[in-house]
Write a protein that binds this ligand. Sequence first.
Ligand SMILES: [Zn+2]
Length: 401
Amino acid sequence: MKTYQEPFFHEKESKVTNIEEKYGFLLVELDDTIFYPAGGGQPCDTGIIKNNYFEGKVVDVSKKNSKIVHKLKIIDGTLKINDRVICQHSIKRRLSLVRMHSGEHVFMGALLKTIKDIKVDKVRLDEDESSLFVICRDLTWEKIFEAEKLANKIIKENKDIIVKDVTKEEAAKIPELRIKLDRIKDEKIRIVEVKDYDIAACAGTHALKTGFIGNILITKFNIVRGVYEIRFKTNVSEELFELARIARLSSSIIKKDVKEVPDFIKKLMTDNELKTNKIRELSSKLVQDVNEEKINDINFISNIFQDVERKQLVDHAASLVKEKTIVCFINKIGEDSQLLIMASEDSSIKANELLKEVMKKFNGRGGGRNNFAMGSLKTDFSEKALETLKELVKTTISNSS
Ligand SMILES: [Zn+2]
């Protein structure tokens, strides 16, 4: 095991073997390092490198070919090649990443045992919340709960986590080994086994026993381009109380037992959908009622409605636009009203310009194109705005003819 893979090795004396200065940072190489370089989904360690004459903050550690480069922000002093330095981890971050990484192995093991067709795509670990990206047919909260329960059981059982090196040939003989053999260039492969439970090829830092993880909580999941991202935290207690607080508060609002909250919300959603459909039906009847008059050879169609769905308003207006037509609808919704203007191409009226003029007068906002414009103004101005619109149409038409 490399020094930087030792999970609980937080301080070490090392020798500086190379230094480069770049953009105000020092790029330092050491004869041996405790700092894990970012890789395999695990971010780098951070911390301090110092001696009697120098102190630098480790802000990034990366591995290029076999070289590990520490990016240091100088706090004080100077550093030379061959200097001996004390390296110290940011211990909280390191321990959190050890928990996250071990937790990820245990949870992935649980997913494999509970969902048949699941495959890991990638892992992105972080100090506070990590992500596991998986591919499977249909992930649901129920399936996640089942895997989460199993993972927490394995954590509680405090199973050994065993790390060892094997050859490629030996690795090929372990049927349950999770490995992407084509991605591995080295002849030697490091494998991490949660005893009698899960075995995977991995270069990261892991706990010695599953109990160290504390617990695992799946916080959310979503799908992007066919890949599920499952977010999780480990060793949580405050979050659990916070979730319990929300659950109890929700149950008190709806005056039901906590266990009844999900079914009750589902029922509310269904009822709400039914009601929305009913309102849609009613408002589609409401918009049928319009006033039609002639301004010269133009059909001027208008009305003021209340609480009509925007889509219905637009659809109905569009259905009324024939040759030489202007449609002006106002839709009152609480304190604000929507104003819609549609104009046929041959009407010599530009909807967006007309809207602009009305909005200027009534301090409203909106925009659109020549044939269609929409804006919003205060409901108190609705009647006045429609009158003004009609006047403007009259003036524009008589000027153009
Ligand atoms: Zn690992």
